[in-house]
Every structure is written in structure tokens, then in C-alpha cells.
Design a protein around this ligand. Structure first.
Ligand SMILES: Cc1cc2nc3c(=O)[nH]c(=O)nc-3n(C[C@H](O)[C@H](O)[C@H](O)COP(=O)(O)OP(=O)(O)OC[C@H]3O[C@@H](n4cnc5c(N)ncnc54)[C@H](O)[C@@H]3O)c2cc1C
Length: 376
């Protein structure tokens, strides 16, 4: 299904601001950076409210597979850190709209329309939880989250907390004043420096009961939880396209593109980029249709995109040579960002679980993914 009229308008607006976002990305490649100007530009272009359904003043982008796949890929192509951050914003709004009550949905929608930027922070310190203690009229949070993109920068964080270790995670929507409680000191990653990914300490934070979104366990409700992985794959697919562009530009400038070895590698990179995009588009359709086998399909898709990216990285570095490792060649930064952002939770588990689905599925192998027509 093509994007709706409203979603198409948002994509047009997005395309207009992408050149400036891409132009700002090199300067943001420093520790502790955050693309505040880019987030503001997304807001001005209507992209912060766009994920909301029309009844909340959005364009329905958050659940429109074709439009969202394109938006995430385009943002990722211009800037992988911004793509990561925007994916979190979209995910947070989807979760609040799906699991929050009417008042919570309306409040979050109003905030997004006013330019508030959201994130989803689920990762715990190994062996610890973000604790949730009941208190009169609400809750108190105790503990930290780690690997929080936009730490100290997002206005609303949807975090997962638990009363006791082993409990199902409870979503809590936390309003955060800028700069508070965040610690970026350990974000020493080689890439994705502009994502402001850090630890956030919520200890002693009191919130009203209205901050609780949905019942415990809603965050991990399937197939949405696992099938949602198609969205980070969409951002990664954009990163592959940016790297492919850097290679093509390099071969044109150096007039090396006619060499048969270089041409072969460029062709293979083009295949990897197009393959990643096709996987993402098919996975988006299947996931948003809520297909029963969407988790298995998305697991394959995310790994196919990861493999395409790893292949592209190898080919680009071989084609460009040492220059691909020297600043300020764009391939240098793009490679670091992509290699870092490829690290996503549980890749072995994703492959094993997809393989188990394939093993157990009835019918002919060739009809495995036929039911909802994904990929047609
Ligand atoms: C730029 C960036 C921004 C991020 N932002 C956020 C954010 O905003 N919010 C958030 O919640 N998270 C965020 N994350 C964290 C992200 O969601 C993942 O949790 C993280 O990237 C996992 O990476 P990992 O390679 O350590 O994964 P792991 O799952 O630890 O995988 C590492 C390896 O160990 C294997 N493995 C996994 N589990 C086991 C096991 N039990 N036994 C044996 N082997 C195992 C895997 O298959 C893989 O080979 C971010 C990550 C990045 C890179």
C-alpha cells in the first residue's frame, strides 16, 4: 500500500530538510554531541507529530509501513545518530498511543505537537533493575537505565521499571528537565557519538500514578515487541545507502570507477543496499499487518540487513583503501556509525528463533511467507 496523502506530504517535508541534516552531521561527530538543531528541524517540518494518528493531529506515519520505512531510511541516510533518536521517538509515541488510556494518549500527543522529543529506555545495568516503589498517589523510581539515547536531551522518556527482579516490565512515562540525571561519561563508542547515549539515574524520582502506561508486560507484548526490530533495520538500511553514496562519489572523483574490480565492488554494494531496503519494506508490511509469522520474518530481515551492512563496510573499505580510514573522508565517519549501530540485542537468539519457526512451519518451504503477501 502506498503512503497516505498526509504521510506523503510529511515525506516531502522531510526530504527538504535532509540535505542540511547531512551537512551538519560531520561537525556533530564528537563525544557528548546531540543533534538539537536537527531535532528542531524535524519539529518544524512536522515530523515529531507525524507519527500520531490523524485524530491526534498527526499523519499516521507511526503505523504506515511504507511511509515509516521510508522516513526512517531517509533520516538514517542523512544521519544515523538522528535516525536512532527519531526511531525512539516514534516507538515511544506508538507505545503510549497503543497502551495508554485516552487522557495519557491525548497528553503525549499534545506534547509531541508542541515539539517534545520522546525516547524509549529499556536497557538495564546487568544484574540490576530500575525499581518501582508504590507511594501515596503514585510511584517512586529507584535505580538507573543505561544505553539511553538522548540522555539529558529528550523531554519524555518511556522507561521500563519493576517492583521486584523477575517481574514483568511496567512502562513509565517520565518528563525530564533538560540536562538532569544523565551521565554520558561511559559513551566512548567509536561511532554514533551524536546520539548522546548514556546512563540516567532516576533514584528518588516521584511520579503520579498517571505516569504508568498500560499493564505490566505491555512493553513486551508480541508480535509488536520483536517485530518492531524492522524499524532499527530501516535506519540501518539508510546508513548502508549513505556509505554506498560515499563510495560512488569517491570512485567518480578519483576516476577509478571504470576499473573492473572497482566496478564489481560498486555493483555488489548496490546489491547489498537494495537488498537491505527490500527486506525492510517487506518486513514493515508484515509487522504492521500483525502477521502471525512477523516476528520470524523480521528476525530474518534484521539479520539480512546486518549482513548487507557488514558486506558493504568490507567492500567500501577495500575499494577506497586507507583513505576510508582517514578523517574527514565521509566513509570514515559513516563506517564507524554504521558498525556501532549494527549492534542490536540478541542477534544469535533472533536467528535461532527464526530457524525454529522455519523448522516447525507446515506446508511447502516456498510458501513459508505467503500468507500476507509480504514482499510481493
Ligand atoms: C547507538 C545506540 C543507541 C542505543 N540506544 C538505546 C536506547 O535508547 N534505549 C535502549 O533501551 N537501548 C539502547 N541501546 C541498546 C541496544 O538496544 C542494545 O541493547 C545493545 O545495542 C545490545 O548490544 P550488544 O551487542 O551488547 O547485544 P547483546 O544482546 O548483549 O549481544 C552481544 C552478543 O552476545 C550474544 N548473546 C546475547 N545474549 C546472550 C546470552 N544470554 N548468552 C550468550 N550469548 C548471548 C548475542 O547473540 C551477541 O552475539 C542502544 C544501542 C546503541 C548501539
Amino acid at each position: 500500500m502506498p503512503p497516505s496523502h498526509d504521510a506523503s506530504r510529511c515525506l516531502d517535508a522531510l526530504r527538504r530538510i535532509l540535505p542540511a541534516i547531512a551537512a551538519r552531521a560531520p561537525a556533530l561527530d564528537v563525544d557528548g554531541a546531540f543533534p538539537a538543531e536537527d531535532v528542531a528541524a524535524l519539529g518544524e517540518a512536522g515530523l515529531l507529530a507525524a507519527p500520531l494518528p490523524p485524530e491526534h493531529g498527526g499523519a499516521g506515519l507511526g503505523t504506515d509501513p511504507a511511509a515509516l520505512a521510508e522516513a526512517l531510511r531517509l533520516v538514517g541516510r542523512a544521519s544515523l545518530p538522528l535516525g536512532r533518536l527519531y526511531e525512539g521517538h516514534v516507538n515511544a509515541l506508538r507505545l503510549v498511543l497503543r497502551h495508554g488510556d485516552a487522557a495519557q494518549a491525548a497528553a503525549a500527543a499534545a506534547d509531541a505537537r508542541d515539539g517534545a522529543f520522546f525516547g524509549v529506555w529499556n536497557t538495564d545495568v546487568p544484574g540490576e533493575i530500575l525499581g518501582l516503589e508504590p507511594r501515596a498517589g503514585g510511584i517512586r523510581l529507584q535505580g538507573r537505565k543505561i544505553l539511553c539515547s538522548g540522555a539529558g536531551r529528550v523531554d519524555r522518556a518511556l522507561v521500563t521499571a519493576r517492583a521486584r527482579p523477575g517481574d514483568l516490565p511496567q512502562m513509565v512515562l517520565v518528563p525530564l528537565p533538560p540536562g538532569e540525571r544523565a551521565d554520558l561519561a561511559r559513551w566512548t563508542a567509536q561511532g554514533m557519538r551524536a546520539s548522546a547515549t548514556g546512563a540516567v539515574d532516576f533514584t528518588g524520582l516521584d511520579l503520579p500514578a498517571t505516569a504508568l502506561i498500560g499493564p505490566a508486560g505491555a512493553y513486551e507484548a508480541q508480535p509488536d515487541f520483536s517485530a518492531g526490530a524492522w524499524r532499527f533495520a530501516a535506519v540501518q538500511a539508510g546508513g548502508i545507502e549513505a556509505l554506498a553514496e560515499a563510495l560512488r562519489d569517491h570512485l567518480r572523483r578519483t576516476e577509478r570507477g571504470g576499473d573492473p574490480y572497482q566496478a564489481a565492488r560498486l555493483g555488489e554494494v548496490a546489491t547489498a543496499a537494495a537488498g537491505a531496503r527490500l527486506w525492510v519494506e517487506a518486513a514493515a508490511v508484515r509487522a504492521e499487518a500483525g502477521a502471525e509469522d512477523s516476528v520470524a520474518f523480521v528476525n530474518l530481515a534484521r539479520l539480512a540487513v546486518e549482513r548487507a551492512a557488514l558486506e558493504a563496510l568490507t567492500l567500501v573499505q577495500r575499494s577506497i583503501g586507507l583513505t576510508a580510514f582517514l578523517r574527514p573522508h565521509p566513509a570514515e565517519r559513516l563506517s564507524r556509525d554504521l558498525a556501532t549501530y549494527l549492534r542490536q540485542p540478541g542477534p544469535d537468539r533472533a536467528l535461532a528463533s527464526a530457524a525454529a519457526h522455519v523448522l516447525a512451519a507446515p506446508g511447502a518451504f516456498g510458501d513459508l511467507w505467503a500468507a500476507t503477501g509480504a514482499g510481493r
